[in-house]
Write a protein that binds this ligand. Structure first.
Ligand SMILES: Cc1cc2nc3c(=O)[nH]c(=O)nc-3n(C[C@H](O)[C@H](O)[C@H](O)COP(=O)(O)OP(=O)(O)OC[C@H]3O[C@@H](n4cnc5c(N)ncnc54)[C@H](O)[C@@H]3O)c2cc1C
Length: 414
């Protein structure tokens, strides 16, 4: 792989940029791999990357039915934070956040991580209690967050109306080292690093079936032929239950559409991420100047990557109340993604009833922030059969009633 650097850019400038090579090649499926990962979203690619980097397992294929990063990884609003309530969640999300800090250097690819600070507004007494509890929990977990006053909120985000008629701002949970990253770049950076280790990333290759023998996985059927494997990782977000069914087991997942929208670009006016969960909307400003706006999930299960109209209306109404300047903006685009939601709003990283099949799903509305930590932990689970970071996230917790209840910290979209 050609290293990206200021020196390389200067060198290429002198030869009309003729020396750049493709970031990853167009691979043809081989008959067999040690490991197949289904899904070239951030979590699948990160799993493959850490399998190679941490465990030297490089005979790996990542199969993608569409295009790389075209699922939720390329559709999210890019918020990164680790201020979760329960210990297992704080551990994996904080691992991810800390890996994000050095990810550009590690991958030699600029993922544009911007630790600009994330605030979650408290607009009811109930939220004050909830967020203050989270701050105390975070401090015990070693995750740095703080409770800030309405005056500090206004100082950090002057365009906000903190005296709203319905829900004035009563304070906020603030994580200064939270922020955003460029979502496509995260997928592209991992893909390039995987290809560099000799892994095959095969796009336009849908997995249509899973083959097993005596309760053990032997391979997959795909639209580009059958491929054998020693281990199989299912990392397909909103389609996790569909794929699990092909392997003969069920997952406690509901798939729902979550949507976002983006405004016309404007001059820099907001350098933090704000989430307002009571009125239900959240916003940050992209490097191009667009206001990136996220809303809620549809109230019914579906697989359309669109989302319903009433949610856009609700989200914009919430934002106009919190940020009156939004009322003057034109919206450029709206889109949706299919997110995979579990009953306790926590992910599943787990072995399955079929030997050799591992599943990583259930990140719901908030898995972008988890990509590096999830890939790190999933790779360890697949390579060694266990990982301290995934122990509590087994799918058996739904059998035993040992939930990791994150409905306060994660039961909202972000
Ligand atoms: C509108 C929106 C806003 C969001 N905002 C945030 C946010 O601000 N912060 C945050 O942390 N999270 C956010 N999320 C959630 C986050 O995007 C997801 O949790 C995360 O991207 C999931 O990544 P993934 O790699 O698991 O899934 P995906 O990126 O969806 O990748 C799964 C891939 O599997 C492929 N696939 C499916 N079935 C098959 C098959 N049979 N064969 C081959 N390939 C298959 C799909 O095509 C897809 O590319 C948001 C999501 C949405 C939709």
């Amino acid at each position: 792989m050609k290293r990206y650097s200021a020196f390389a850019i200067a060198r290429e400038a002198f030869r009309q940029h003729s020396g750049w090579t493709r970031a990853w090649g167009q691979a043809e499926p081989k008959p067999r791999y040690d490991v197949i990962i289904v899904g070239a979203g951030g979590h699948g690619l990160a799993t493959a990357y850490y399998l190679g980097k941490n465990f030297g397992i490089t005979n790996v294929a990542v199969l993608e039915k569409g295009w790389l990063g075209g699922g939720n990884t390329g559709r999210n609003t890019t918020i990164i934070r680790s201020n979760y309530l329960q210990d297992p969640s704080a551990a994996i999300y904080e691992k991810a956040r800390s890996l994000y800090e050095g990810l550009s250097q590690d991958l030699n690819y600029n993922v544009m991580f911007s630790p600009r600070g994330v605030m979650m507004l408290a607009q009811t007494q109930h939220e004050i209690r909830g967020y203050q509890r989270t701050v105390h929990a975070n401090n015990l977990q070693g995750v740095t967050t703080e409770w800030i006053s309405p005056a500090r909120v206004k100082e950090l985000c002057p365009i906000m109306n903190i005296d709203g008629p319905r829900y004035p701002v009563l304070g906020a949970l603030w994580q200064a080292r939270g922020g955003t990253a460029r979502h496509d770049a995260v997928a592209w950076g991992y893909a390039r690093a995987c290809a560099d280790m000799g892994m095959d990333i095969i796009q336009q290759c849908e997995v249509t079936g899973v083959t097993t023998e005596a309760g053990k996985v032997t391979g997959v059927n795909t639209t580009r032929g059958d491929i054998k494997c020693g281990k199989l990782g299912m990392v397909v977000a909103g389609h996790a239950s569909v794929l699990a069914q092909k392997a003969g087991f069920q997952l406690p997942i509901e798939s729902v559409a979550l949507q976002a929208l983006v405004s016309e670009p404007i001059k820099p006016c907001m350098d933090v991420v704000v989430m307002a969960n009571t009125v239900h909307g959240y916003m940050s400003q992209s490097d191009k100047g667009e206001m990136v706006i996220g809303g809620g999930t549809d109230g019914y299960n579906n697989y359309t990557q669109r989302g319903s109209f009433h949610h856009i209306e609700e989200t914009v109404r919430a934002l106009v109340e919190t940020f009156p300047i939004v009322g003057r903006l034109k919206m450029l685009r709206q889109w949706g993604g299919i997110v995979d939601v579990t009953g306790d709003r926590s992910p599943i990283l787990s072995k399955t009833p079929v030997e050799g099949i591992f599943v990583n799903c259930g990140w719901g509305t908030g898995g972008f922030k988890a990509i590096p930590g999830s890939g790190w932990a999933m790779a360890e689970l697949m390579a060694k059969g266990a990982s301290p970071l995934t122990e509590e996230f087994s799918m058996n917790r739904f059998r035993h009633g040992k939930f990791i209840d994150e409905s306060v910290a994660a039961g909202v979209a972000h």
